[in-house]
Design a protein around this ligand. Sequence first.
Ligand SMILES: Nc1ncnc2c1ncn2[C@@H]1O[C@H](COP(=O)(O)OP(=O)(O)OP(=O)(O)O)[C@@H](O)[C@H]1O
Ligand SMILES: [Mg+2]
Length: 325
Amino acid sequence: MPREPGDLRLMTSTKTGVVSKRRVRERGAKGGRGQKTSRATLARRHTEAPPESRPRRKVIAVTSGKGGVGKTNIVTNLAIALARQGTRVLVLDGDLGLANVDLLLGISPQYDLQDAILGDRRIEDIVLEGPEGIRVVPASSGVEELANLDEYRTECLLRSLASVEADTDLILIDAPSGIGSHAVSLSQAADEIIVVTTPEPTAFSDAYAMIKVLSQRPLRCTPALLVNQANSENEASEVARRVQSVAKRFLNLEVPYWGFVLADESVPKSVIRQEPFLTTYPYSPASSCILRLARRVLGQGPEKKGDPGPGPYRLVTPDTIPEGV
Ligand SMILES: Nc1ncnc2c1ncn2[C@@H]1O[C@H](COP(=O)(O)OP(=O)(O)OP(=O)(O)O)[C@@H](O)[C@H]1O
Ligand SMILES: [Mg+2]
């Protein structure tokens, strides 16, 4: 069967993974999905070349060493901040085994990457509209087979995005945490990599480990650092300075500091409401920080080397919201 962009079926495997209840139901209804595929067929599939093209749009991957540091909240809210500035954003939920971009945006996808990778949906069939005009490629949770996508399959996934990049200026990837091959491959494909940490020593030590692993691969950029859940600008700068100095000393790497997001109760409150905090609490400290990060992504900051963003942090009020936001 001829392969076209957006067709992820070449990634199909019959390895038994943990599948969602919906998936089990669908497989049962359609019948025949559980058929075994011969080793020869699998081997042939793996020698097929992935689709030729790669997305030409700018790709930003948001990743971390340690889990739970705030990547998904940053991706979803940054996407909305950028969309408000007129950027056409496509969010890829790259955390394939433990996806939750859809949860944080309050959307309920009928189909997701599992249907494209293990089923017969095309990637363009699973893209859906999120809030404020962002588009989302949703993924599934609890699918072990997807959580451990190898480099080849990750490459296929990235190339399939080429079929949905029309009408897109920026692809924002919510990448998994850790130094697994899927997380690293997703970051390798990005034009910019944001490594998120919190001020906790375990988190920034793992952020350094992630930067170290990434730096041993061919990359399009030097990974940048973002400090989330900081109690103050100074605390965030101090965390960044420590990671930067270790990276300089042991990796001879100048890690850019892309700023911080303050610890803010509006974040967990919005998570519970399944709404982006930029929508629920537009004037909160966390929203203000995300707006500043969006300006940075758009190349509107920093003015000086080492400056984490345009101007010192201040609470955004209706009078100070940037035009178009
Ligand atoms: N700036 C913040 N202030 C307060 N709480 C925050 C902040 N950012 C994230 N959190 C909280 O941290 C938790 C983890 O956030 P999130 O799910 O975005 O992390 P993650 O890095 O995507 O996690 P995972 O590695 O599991 O995918 C959430 O409960 C969220 O409410
Ligand atoms: Mg997440």
